[in-house]
Design a binder for this molecule. Structure first.
Ligand code: HEM
Length: 516
């Protein structure tokens, strides 16, 4: 076969056709290139970003504060780029409602966390992907572990543990001992959750003590920055900087302890012959019952049981104790508010040596104080990140599937267009209003809202109200080292849960006006 060379000069039409085809082809290529670079999407305003890292450098150690400053410049719906990952930052109640109510099903996924994945393969409630598995474990949590009836059934546990703590503080009064209340609240929250979830405190033995320490490490790891989650080709850094090894170690320690607890429960049930013979079922009992039950229609395997139990500690301890610590700190700092609350507690129909939960229903000022504390010091200032599963429009902006979303609850709580004097602690603003934290009023959503909202709010409130009421009624507090109460340092620490930077350390004296 022989192909002739074409003489273009002899055939001018052919050269024109080739020339036009080339122009057309180049035009198509350029268009394609541009559309792959810029999909002509109307994306929300973004701060300028750096190559490779995007806006990662603007997050800092206090993300809620830095994101608030950025939102003040770029608006309440802002798109950042964390390396390769788009991050939508929401800082107004209306937009929070769009995410957590109007488009809730689209935004109910969680981004994959390599730490949670390394512990129980994200089979817990907080980190599992939105889907059938999450729906099943969340519904077990809402209806069988943390329902109002179940929370009520643990009332004696709360009252006993709070009484024990009050006794401990009373004993320190005579000697004018300096006490670290921050630490006491952490032990209290942990002990209550231990008894409710595992059936006993486990704080005497080595295993229990170690578990508390391991949980603290887990909290740090969950809050630690893992660059590989944002810049995928840097995935190997976690192997070099020791993060992967730490996660494996913590995972093993957690599993050793929870496996031991679950086995103990199984043995006890075997000994009794039937789980129904057991008085007062704890969470492990309830989960084992579902595991065994054939008609629940859901296979709860042993990893899921341990993952759900772990969630109760990881999500419930830190958040609850930090709220108690911030609220008491605000009360100590504001003498007039402390007095007003004391007076409300003293007017309860009957003063017991300790207040019980029945009395608390009537305490409107106590409830207002706690709401004000949640407004100013939401324990999780950025909610837990959500992730969109479909493209969606918000305020006419295009939001792509796979975008991470954080709601800056802290910034909403301090927005001067929503709250008068937002930097002042004024519980009165919550008297005579219906504004509550149960996920209906988007200016106050410290527990989130919608499908992914916190299932532990009433459990936590049961503890927080009881502790504060008893402390305020029973004691006067002064700060150690002669610092005046008004000068109490209210700086925030770092981490996903915001604690006080310096724990609340006080000298307590028994309130002389009470006949205790
Ligand atoms: C003052 C105490 C507490 C606060 C402020 C709090 C706050 C929150 C927040 C903001 C979320 C994420 C909501 C979202 O993603 O939109 C959450 C989720 C969760 N909380 Fe709480 N929480 C508290 C106590 C508790 C307690 C005591 C428990 C259990 C004993 C608990 C269990 C959970 C669980 C399992 C989730 C995950 C829900 C899901 O992803 O579907 N929390 N909490």
């Amino acid at each position: 076969m022989f192909v002739h060379a074409v003489d273009y000069q002899e055939n001018p039409w052919l050269s024109k056709i080739i020339y036009l085809s080339l122009i057309f082809f180049t035009f198509v290529l350029i268009k394609k290139w541009f559309s792959s670079q810029k999909p002509f999407k109307n994306t929300p305003p973004s701060p300028p970003k750096l190559p490779l890292i995007g806006n990662l450098h603007q997050i800092g150690s206090k993300p809620h504060k830095n994101l608030q400053s950025l939102a003040q410049k770029h608006g309440p719906l802002m798109l950042l780029h964390m390396g390769n990952v788009p991050l939508l930052v929401v800082s107004s109640p209306d937009l929070a409602e769009e995410i957590l109510k109007t488009h809730d099903p689209i935004f109910s996924n969680r981004p994959k966390s390599s730490v949670a994945n390394g512990i129980y393969e994200c089979k817990d409630i907080a980190f599992s992907a939105y889907g059938e598995y999450w729906r099943q474990v969340k519904s077990i949590c809402v209806f069988q572990l943390l329902s109002n009836r179940k929370v009520q059934s643990f009332r004696n546990v709360r009252e006993e543990e709070v009484s024990l703590m009050i006794e401990k503080i009373k004993n320190s009064c005579n000697e004018k001992k300096v006490i670290n209340l921050g630490e006491m609240f952490a032990f209290l929250a942990n002990d209550i959750i231990c008894r409710v979830a595992l059936g006993k405190k486990y704080n005497d033995g080595e295993k229990g003590k170690k578990f508390k320490e391991v949980l603290e490490t887990l909290g740090l790891l969950l809050g630690a920055f893992n660059v590989g989650e944002f810049i995928p080709w840097l995935f190997w850094i976690k192997y070099v900087n020791g993060m992967d090894a730490k996660v494996r170690k913590v995972a093993k320690q957690i599993d050793d302890f929870l496996e031991f607890v679950v086995e103990e429960h199984k043995n006890e049930i075997r000994r009794m012959g039937n789980e129904d013979n057991k008085n007062g079922k704890d969470f492990v009992d309830v989960l084992l019952e579902i595991h065994r039950s054939e008609d629940s229609g859901f296979a709860l395997d042993s990893i899921s049981i341990k993952a759900v139990i772990l969630d109760m500690f990881a999500a419930g301890t830190d958040t609850t104790y930090t709220l108690i610590e911030w609220t008491l700190s605000e009360l100590i700092k504001h003498k007039n508010i402390m007095l007003k609350l004391k007076n409300e507690l003293k007017t309860l129909p009957k003063i017991h040596s300790t207040i019980t939960e029945d009395d608390l229903e009537k305490c409107q000022y106590l409830k207002a104080v706690i709401k004000e504390s949640l407004r100013m010091h939401p324990p999780l200032p950025l909610l837990v990140p959500h992730e969109s599963t479909q493209d969606v429009k918000l305020l006419n902006y295009d939001i792509s599937a796979g975008t991470r979303v954080v709601v800056n609850v802290w910034a909403i709580g301090r927005d001067p267009s929503l709250w008068e004097d937002p930097e002042k602690f004024l519980p009165e603003r919550f008297l005579n209003t219906h504004v509550d934290f149960k996920g209906q009023h988007f200016q106050l959503i410290p527990f989130g809202a919608g499908r992914r909202g916190c299932p532990g709010a009433s459990f936590a409130m049961g503890i927080v109200e009881l502790v504060l009421a008893n402390l305020v009624l029973s004691f006067e507090f002064e700060l150690a080292d002669g610092v005046s109460n008004e000068d109490l340092d209210m700086s925030e620490g770092d981490g996903i849960t915001i604690h006080k930077k310096f724990p609340l350390v006080v000298i307590a004296s028994c309130d002389s006006t009470l006949n205790l």
